[in-house]
Design a protein around this ligand. Structure first.
Ligand SMILES: *Cc1c(COP(=O)(O)O)cnc(C)c1O
Length: 379
């Protein structure tokens, strides 16, 4: 049964009957002290594991010094994180906000301002968040139902279908082509290099911005800082959030120096954006994302995909690095519930797809344990 106080929480989530109290690395503990191997990581957020010592220390030190100033003033952690994100994209500037959806909102506004055009091309099955702009660009009718009218002039194309992209741009009034390099919530569907090259070419030819939503795929999740680094394209603007500060709320729009200029003072804002504590944690996350860690994300990811592919009931294994989708011949929900009973936390990405997004610090022995638990459940 859910705790008594649950009656006071608006029921927007179908939560599991599990109350968590403590975390350490890849482990979570519940009210009864039971231990769980966490292959959800707060939905690809807790990139360095729970209570990572360096990130915790950086956040603590900043909390003891200065919490909030507003964006009327400069703070050092905000400037430091901006310069790190700029360096990660090969020269660029950041706008800070507090969530993934807000980073998408910022990017949609930036693209319209920079191009003077209104159209947004997005993909079916995409997920960009729940605020009106982001929801309007989310290609899942079930999530939009009941909330219309939405933001106008969004056109949907099919992933990995360049013709449908071109059709959506027929009137030349396109501000941006918005896509996830790997669709997360939509089922871990990867865009092909050819498709991404077509999207980049279309954006160039029509004067639109190429806008990648790396809220889930970014910050090392796929084994490179940005997923696009492995895909032969570079976007003009990128949305980041989930893993950026290991669980403190933060989002960022990162604009490449190669992109057309968009915002001027007064064009966009966020009271909490660039919060010093979140940014200090973000800098500590950035420090920890070494080439060695990214290499380990790739190798443990491969180990997991190879192991999953050999399990009974598994139809397809998708994804890159530690963002993995495992399509089953049955609904994912009962499998997830049984894994929870056996001390392994997983979440779904669509009806029949298990999503594995463990902390990036996960070790081969943890991967082996997860595969063995799933083998038992799927047998
Ligand atoms: C989670 C997610 C979002 C929304 O992020 P919020 O922080 O929940 O607003 C947007 N895009 C993608 C790809 C995501 O995975």
């Amino acid at each position: 049964m859910p705790p008594e106080q649950a009656a006071n929480v608006l029921p927007t989530y179908a939560r599991y009957d599990l109350t968590l109290t403590r975390g350490e690395g890849v482990w979570l503990y519940d009210l009864k002290g039971e231990r769980y191997l966490d292959f959800v990581a707060g939905i690809a957020v807790v990139a360095l594991g729970h209570c990572h010592p360096e990130v915790t220390k950086a956040a603590h030190e900043q909390l003891d010094r200065l919490w909030h100033t507003s964006n009327l003033y400069w703070t050092e952690p905000m400037m430091e994180l901006a310069s790190r994100l700029g360096a990660r994209i090969g020269g660029g500037q950041a706008f800070f906000c507090n969530s993934g959806a807000e980073s998408i909102e910022a990017g949609l506004k930036y693209a319209r301002k920079a191009t003077g055009k209104s159209g947004v091309i997005a993909l079916e099955q995409s997920f960009h968040g729940r605020t009106f702009g982001a929801l309007s660009a989310t290609g899942q009718p079930s999530k939009q139902a009941g909330f219309g009218p939405l933001v106008p002039d969004v056109r949907f194309a099919q992933i990995n279908d360049a013709e449908s992209l071109a059709a959506a741009a027929a009137d030349d009034n396109v501000a941006c082509v918005l896509l996830e390099p790997i669709q997360g919530e939509g089922g871990i569907n990867a865009a092909t290099k050819d498709f991404l090259a077509s999207a980049a070419e279309l954006a160039r030819a029509t004067g639109a911005l190429l806008f990648f939503d790396e809220v889930q795929t970014g910050v090392g999740r796929t084994g490179s800082y940005f997923a696009f680094e492995q895909l032969g394209v570079k976007p003009d603007i990128v949305g980041l959030a989930k893993g950026l500060a290991n669980g403190l709320p933060i989002g960022a729009l990162v604009v490449s120096d190669d992109a057309p200029r968009g915002f001027e003072a007064g064009d966009h804002a966020s009271t909490f954006g660039g919060n010093p504590t979140a940014c200090a944690a973000g800098c500590a996350v950035d420090d920890a994302l070494t080439p060695e860690l990214l290499q380990s994300v790739q190798s443990v990811g491969k180990q997991l995909r190879d192991g999953l592919a050999k399990l009974p009931a598994v139809q397809d294994v998708r994804g890159r690095g530690l963002l993995i989708g495992c399509e089953l011949d049955r609904p994912a929900a009962p499998v997830i519930a049984e894994c929870m009973e056996r001390g392994l936390l997983l979440c779904p990405a669509g009806e029949n797809v298990l999503r594995l997004s463990p902390p990036l610090i996960v070790e081969p022995a943890h991967a082996e344990q997860a595969i063995e638990t799933l083998r038992g459940v799927l047998a």
